[in-house]
Design a protein around this ligand. Structure first.
Ligand code: ADP
Length: 237
């Protein structure tokens, strides 16, 4: 049985990037936008804990019920709830060739758990893209953010407005303003980032896994920087 598992793992690593790609940065840094592009370019599943929670809330599941009030206040959901949900998702076959994660890990125990999962599935070294932004920009990015209901396409009414107000250019569906993208809640989300997620910068720096990305550049320029990092890491594999 162990030999069969090892063979399967060897096959997994040869496909795709064979790694976890993590986008680390505060709310509004552009993680979701870039994760969508990475997923498309490298044929990887795009995982987002925020989207998983929103999906659970709209389906009225137990996870959704536990997460809802915390999310509305801009606080993090407890690690044990996040970890069960993430482990379930990563165990699905489409994650075997690697995945791109936006919104996870967000605490030190989550980072430890991810390393454990990557070892278990024989994935290569995690690539952590640290999206570096000027905090003064974030409020405008978040209050202006609109998300397409059907496909999750992301717009900003100030910087990247849709052609027709309230309608997605790509699939014509309605654009929504996330309830936690209001000014009061954004302040708490940024504070939670500083308190609980910022320590991951040191955690991954010490492990030599962190690649800084200038996330204040134009969206296409940020994508080009990320592609250079990922192609470079892939060539070294
Ligand atoms: P953003 O990165 O723009 O703040 P997300 O959609 O990633 O937004 O997350 C929305 C909310 O979902 C967070 O404020 C938090 O309450 C919850 N959440 C998402 N991911 C995690 C996580 N890994 N750990 C704890 N809570 C999380």
């Amino acid at each position: 049985m162990a030999a069969v598992t090892a063979d399967r793992s060897a096959i997994r690593v040869k496909q795709g990037l064979g790694r976890a790609v993590i986008l680390l940065g505060p709310p509004g840094a552009g993680k979701g936008t870039q994760a969508q592009r990475i997923a498309q370019r490298y044929s990887l599943p795009h995982l987002s804990t925020g989207d998983m929670f929103r999906d659970n809330i709209s389906r009225g599941t137990e996870i959704g019920r536990k997460a809802k009030a915390l999310m509305e206040r801009g606080e993090l959901v407890p690690d044990e709830i996040v970890l069960g949900m993430v482990e379930d998702r990563i165990s699905q076959p489409d994650c075997a060739k690697g995945f791109v994660f936006d919104g996870f890990p967000r605490t030190l125990p989550q980072a430890d758990d991810l390393e454990h999962i990557c070892k278990q599935y024989n994935l290569g070294c995690t690539i952590v893209l640290h999206m570096v932004v000027d905090p003064a920009l974030l409020m405008r990015r978040l209050t202006g953010r609109r998300i397409c209901k059907a496909g999750g396409h992301i717009y900003n009414v100030y910087e990247r407005p849709p052609k027709q107000e309230g309608i997605c250019d790509i699939d014509g569906s309605e654009l929504i303003h996330r309830p936690d993208d209001s000014e009061g809640v954004i302040g708490e989300r940024l504070a939670a980032y500083d308190r609980q997620t910022q320590p991951l910068v040191e955690y991954y720096t010490l492990r030599g896994l962190l690649s800084p990305v200038d996330a204040m550049a134009a969206v296409d320029t940020v994508s080009e920087s990320i592609t250079r990092i990922l192609d470079g890491a892939n060539a070294l594999k």
